[in-house]
Design a protein around this ligand. Structure first.
Ligand code: ZN
Length: 611
């Protein structure tokens, strides 16, 4: 086992389970071959390193800084340092985070009831009765972390579950190698809940706009500077659930839910909800929000006129999905009429109803509901769970890997050699590659997301350097808005922490609605610095027999006859008929997966990529 030093920082109230879990963690880490581990337990530290310090804020901070100092020394020297101290103050924890660098904050969480029940010394009871001063959580403040890497809920998890969850997070963050993936598989069902609930509870701050940026937003800041988080904290969730009957509610489509997920996780930063009329006008007229930030596609929640009328008097609306698994709150601040002809003309550059993006829009209502959202729960996504990383998670991963430059690749298509070539050309000059296929709704004849993911996994396994590539999924739906969507996709990837974005020909285009290079040219309309992610503009690529390798218009002087180029429809026909695809066009592993897909005759059904 390769061992790089890092710090695991447990924080949580006395009795939450920090020591128990850290002991168990040490055991598990040694089992995996880690030889250098040091635990700095709060109580032990107090009797030596911090002897004489009291419990005033100043002394507590001093204590934590000392532990942090030691953790930094240890981490720097290849040791896994584990700190288990209450560490009640956020500011000082964040200070330690920036001091240490490779820092995994683990929030060990338990309810007051549980803490009282576990407390054999009766200290909580005494504190609650006013007999104990400076008792954290009762007579002294505890500030839960806003963006911990891991949340362990010891009310409902046993220590084994918590430790496994933590190990899995360490793997995901790149601190542990994934040698023992079997652990994850066995615990798949158990893990499913925690991963989502971790995302939900990572949210003690509902007012993301007002918060300071998280401690580390390198190498590239989110669009607008702050990574938005619109998941409602637990207390807020309870308040909503208590009053839920008094709100009017609205049932949303999967497509609308994918927008909500992207707003909530910060992928659409700086948006905190569905755009108001001022932003709407500014986006479609200037390609910018009303505050001047680049933004090209208005994120709208559209309803019919009758519905708009019935909702007009509400301040808060409940948003649901069909089976009640997803729940969010919309703070309604305005309703406005959308002129679809104007909107599609300006954003999609066509009003042709045969255009799939335009058609989708015309199928929806004409009135837009504006307002911030708060997500109570997103439900369990049915697929790609382990690949569904949030911007915070990908940023943490990039940081742990030490990547300073990351190129993102977006696709809704299966990956052939041409795509692989672009990705690898990019990877020659950046630190890491972020493969981010779109798994939201796509049009019926696009290859289903599950099949595309299978192709990616086969490719990664056989042809890519595992430690330089991160595969994750983007829950967005396709809008097929060509150049405007290229900017939109780039902004999203900046929010996920990428510095570069691969833009091929006709990015996000469909049919012949957009010029071949429009999606690349549109980036020139924004000043340097408006977007902190740089487009990597690529030509069409292919295998050339004379070059005897992958090439492009830019590098190959030979004629079309020498090049192996197949159109999407030709590829489909060949796969359907069971014909071969040349290995210069597509890897045999990919061809096999696609062939199976076509032989199962699933193509005729209108398939939403959501699975
Ligand atoms: Zn050539």
């Amino acid at each position: 086992m390769r061992q790089n030093g890092f710090t695991i920082w447990f924080t949580g109230l006395s009795g939450a389970g920090k020591s128990t879990i850290s002991d168990r963690l040490v055991y598990k880490l040694s089992e995996r071959g880690a030889t250098r581990i040091e635990v700095l337990d709060g109580d032990v530290v107090r009797t030596n390193l911090s002897e004489g310090l009291g419990f005033s804020r100043e002394d507590r901070d001093k204590n934590i800084l000392r532990i942090g100092f030691v953790c930094e020394l240890l981490s720097r020297n290849g040791v896994i340092a584990i700190a288990a101290a209450i560490s009640p103050y956020r500011e000082i924890r964040d200070k330690v985070r920036s001091l240490v660098g490779d820092f995994v904050e683990v929030y060990v969480k338990a309810s007051m009831d549980t803490l009282v029940r576990r407390d054999v010394k009766g200290l909580y009871k005494k504190a609650l009765a006013g007999e104990l001063k400076n008792f954290t959580g009762v007579s002294d403040p505890y500030e839960p972390p806003l963006h911990p890497e891991v949340v362990l809920e010891t009310d409902s998890e046993d220590s084994e579950t918590s430790v496994n969850k933590l190990l899995s997070a360490l793997e995901r963050l790149g601190y542990l190698s994934r040698e023992s993936l079997s652990l994850e598989k066995e615990d798949d069902e158990k893990m499913a809940g925690p991963l989502r609930s971790e995302a939900r509870t990572r949210t003690d701050n509902r007012y993301s706009r007002d918060s300071k940026p998280a401690a580390d937003l390198t190498p590239v800041p989110p669009h607008g500077g702050v990574l938005v988080n619109k998941f409602l904290a637990e207390s807020g969730q309870n308040a909503v659930l208590d009053r839920i009957e008094s709100f009017k509610s609205l049932t949303l489509s999967e497509r609308e839910w994918s927008d909500i997920e992207l707003i909530a996780t910060g992928a659409y930063s700086p948006l905190t909800g569905f755009v108001g009329e001022l932003d709407y006008r500014s986006i479609i007229e200037n390609g910018r929000l009303s505050n001047g930030l680049a933004w090209t596609i208005p994120i709208l929640l559209l309803v019919e006129g009758e519905e708009a009328k019935s909702l007009a008097a509400s301040n808060e609306l409940i948003l649901r999905d069909n089976d009640g698994k997803k729940l969010a709150l919309l703070h309604l601040t305005g309703i406005y009429k959308v002129d679809k002809e104007e909107l599609t003309k300006r954003v999609w550059q066509t009003t042709d109803r045969n255009h799939p993006g335009v058609k989708d829009l015309f199928d929806e209502g004409n009135f837009a509901l504006a307002g911030d959202i708060d997500v109570v729960r997103l439900g369990k996504c049915s697929n790609f769970r382990e690949f569904r990383l949030t911007p915070l998670e990908t940023r943490t991963y990039f940081k742990a890997k030490g990547w300073k430059t990351i190129a993102a690749f977006q696709t809704r298509n299966p990956v052939h050699r041409a795509h692989e070539y672009l990705q690898k050309v990019a990877l020659e000059s950046v630190d890491g590659l972020f493969l981010h296929p779109l798994v939201g709704e796509t049009k019926g004849d696009d290859i289903p997301a599950a099949v595309r993911m299978e192709c990616y996994m086969a490719l990664l396994k056989n042809y890519y350097p595992a430690d330089r590539v991160l595969l994750s999924v983007m829950p967005a739906a396709m809008r097929y808005a060509g150049p405007k969507e290229a900017i939109h996709h780039a902004i999203i990837r900046q929010n996920y922490g990428c510095t570069h974005f691969i833009v091929g020909r006709d990015h996000a285009g469909v049919g012949n609605y957009y010029g071949t290079y429009d999606a690349q040219k549109i980036f020139d309309g924004y000043d340097s610095g408006e977007l902190r992610i740089l487009p990597l503009k690529f030509e069409h690529t292919f295998y050339c027999r004379r070059c005897d390798g992958m090439a492009s218009e830019k590098t190959c002087p030979h004629s079309q006859d020498e090049r192996i180029i197949l159109s999407g429809s030709k590829v489909r026909d060949r796969l359907r008929d069971g014909d071969e695809l040349p290995k210069e066009f597509s890897r045999p592993e990919v061809v096999e997966i696609l062939r199976q897909h076509y032989s199962h005759a699933r193509v005729s059904s209108t398939h939403t990529g959501w699975i």
